[in-house]
Design a protein around this ligand. Structure first.
Ligand code: HEC
Length: 517
């Protein structure tokens, strides 16, 4: 997509009305059906590893360190469920009876064999792990220049949320940037491998190869995400003795400066980053939504002889409590909030105290007291953002949607409490169902997968000037490009119809909408 059509795309997706789907317990297609219907003729090994690889983005000759390689040999056969440690913990009312133990079991599994190899996961001796394709060209933050958030070459990290001054502590005066990487276990890798079976013709609906089932990852799919920040100990005292890695990151941490362009403002150089958060997500059929999302924050004062052991559990979420409005948990726009009514999550209350006592502000519970990570948007929740994942993608937060401006209409009277629209973002979407009527396929809580498909379109659906001129392109266009064009016409028509509906035209006949002319 060109910058212009991309802007249009964002505008359209933001304009759409979305509707949350109430959950039913998620019925999964069984393994043998997935296997029977899976494509076995997949082409592997063609995805780029990092930003502008082979096109000026390669490591300079002075760089002697290890270079990231995308683990992309996705299995064509769904590997069997293991005897995962979290399966030993029972469930009640759609959530684990011992959430803390459950969360710890997730982390231990995600770290096993990966810590020893510095998360160059293709070297893991215990089990196989995979990465998401098409994150090398990442259009994550809407205002960023297309692609510039793409994977850096040392660890394959993508650029994410920037925390403005004072976000993480009162001692942090300037922007600090987040860089992160996510790793998928073999069952999750199978789903991604089916979507990208033909690397030039991704099929968003093949996440579950069974068209009769919901488009979800198989039960037992697991993803771990490491979040590093450029923040240092002076700005955030608890990062003392944090795990520090080198990565090829932006020279200037301030997005408002970078986004002014030109592209040279996105210059990168090798710099230090520190591990401050670890996220985990797991498909567990026993969960209310089919998923559980949990997070850990680094605390340099915690017990533990390695930085990995000083990662403190912050919370686990298996639902959003869709019926609990803001005013029921929070006394005012800035709290205090009580979390008693939020029964579809577990929060480590001790960690909230330890990490959110000034100068620290490192808990970042999200909307109305729901779980969100320290470097996440504080108005969000883990499951709130993640349930929107799908193709085409939509605004991940109410603030980012076209209706965002309306949320502020009577802010002085009812801050944070414009619930009828907002609470759609705190629904419980079932694993594999779409969040919004404007989406064609669910990407089942994986925002990397929905982003990956968008990144693919950003480069592969663009017409070259020559194609435009000759009106015939030699290579067949990927199907999702055509699907996307049809989709965008349908969205425009439906909005246009809304504007003209019911207004009589000449002789009392219905007025025809522009798009249908
Ligand atoms: C403001 C929206 C937002 C919130 C809140 C949020 N995430 Fe994410 N998350 C994203 C986006 C966007 C991505 C994909 C980008 C990336 O990984 O580079 C992502 C990626 C991930 C991934 C990698 C797998 C995937 O594709 O989904 C995991 C795991 C994850 N988040 C877990 C969490 C957990 C746990 C929380 C809460 C502590 C959380 N997220 C809160 C937006 C959010």
């Amino acid at each position: 997509m060109t910058t212009r059509s991309r802007t249009l795309f964002l505008a359209i997706s933001a304009f759409l009305f979305t509707s949350a789907i109430l959950i039913q317990s998620a019925e999964a297609t069984d393994d043998s059906t997935r296997n029977q219907l899976a494509r076995k003729d997949c082409v592997r090994g063609t995805f780029k590893d990092f930003y502008r690889q082979g096109q000026g983005g390669d490591p300079p000759t002075s760089y002697a360190g290890r270079v990231f390689k995308l683990s992309q040999d996705y299995p064509n056969h769904l590997p069997p469920m293991e005897d995962y440690p979290w399966l030993k913990i029972g469930f009640e009312n759609g959530g684990p009876v011992d959430p803390r133990a459950y969360l710890q079991a997730l982390l231990d599994y995600g770290l096993e064999g990966n810590v020893d190899v510095d998360f160059y996961v293709e070297d893991n001796k215990v089990r196989k792990w995979y990465g998401m394709p098409w994150m090398d060209w990442n259009t994550e933050v809407a205002s960023d220049w297309p692609g510039t958030d793409g994977r850096e070459f040392v660890h394959g990290f993508t650029h994410e949320f920037d925390s403005s001054g004072k976000t993480l502590s009162t001692l942090q005066n300037d922007f600090v940037d987040t860089w992160s990487g996510a790793y998928l276990n073999d069952r999750a890798g199978f789903g991604v491998g089916q979507v990208y079976c033909d690397p030039n013709n991704p099929k968003p609906g093949a996440l579950n190869p069974d068209p009769a089932g919901l488009n979800n990852f198989p039960n037992g799919s697991f993803i771990i995400k490491l979040l590093f920040s450029t923040v240092n100990e002076t700005q955030l005292p608890i990062v003392k003795n944090a795990l520090e890695w080198k990565a090829h990151v932006f020279v200037n941490d301030d997005p408002s400066w970078r986004n002014k362009g030109p592209i040279s403002r996105f210059e990168r150089a090798i710099g230090a980053i520190r591990l401050i958060q670890i996220d985990v997500s797991v498909r567990d059929d026993r969960s209310l939504t089919g998923w559980l999302l949990g997070t850990f924050g680094y605390d340099g004062n915690a017990q533990g002889d390695t930085p990995w052991k000083r990662m403190v559990p912050l919370g686990l979420q298996w639902g959003n409590n869709p019926k609990v409005a803001f005013a029921e948990t929070c006394a005012g726009p800035d709290g205090p909030c009580s979390r008693e009514k939020l029964t579809e999550q577990w929060i480590n209350e001790q960690a909230v105290k330890d990490l959110a006592t000034p100068p620290l502000n490192f808990d970042h519970l999200g909307y109305g007291g729901r779980l969100a990570g320290p470097v996440d948007n504080a108005k969000a929740s883990c499951m709130g953002c993640h349930q929107t994942a799908g193709f085409p993608n939509v605004a991940i937060l109410p603030e980012f949607s076209a209706n965002g401006a309306h949320l502020k209409l009577d802010a002085s009277l009812r801050p944070q409490t414009e619930q009828s629209f907002r609470m759609m973002y705190y629904g419980n979407v079932a694993s594999g169902a779409v969040f919004s009527a404007s989406q064609l396929y669910s990407s089942d809580y994986s925002l990397q997968l929905s982003m990956s498909l968008q990144n693919f379109m950003s480069l592969r659906c663009t017409e070259t000037p020559r194609e435009k001129k000759s009106k015939d392109s030699r290579a067949p266009k990927p199907e999702i490009c055509g699907q996307f064009v049809q989709w965008s016409k349908a969205q425009k028509k439906s909005i246009d119809d809304l504007l003209t509906f019911g207004s009589p035209g000449p002789e009392g006949a219905p007025r025809r909408s522009k798009a249908s002319d």
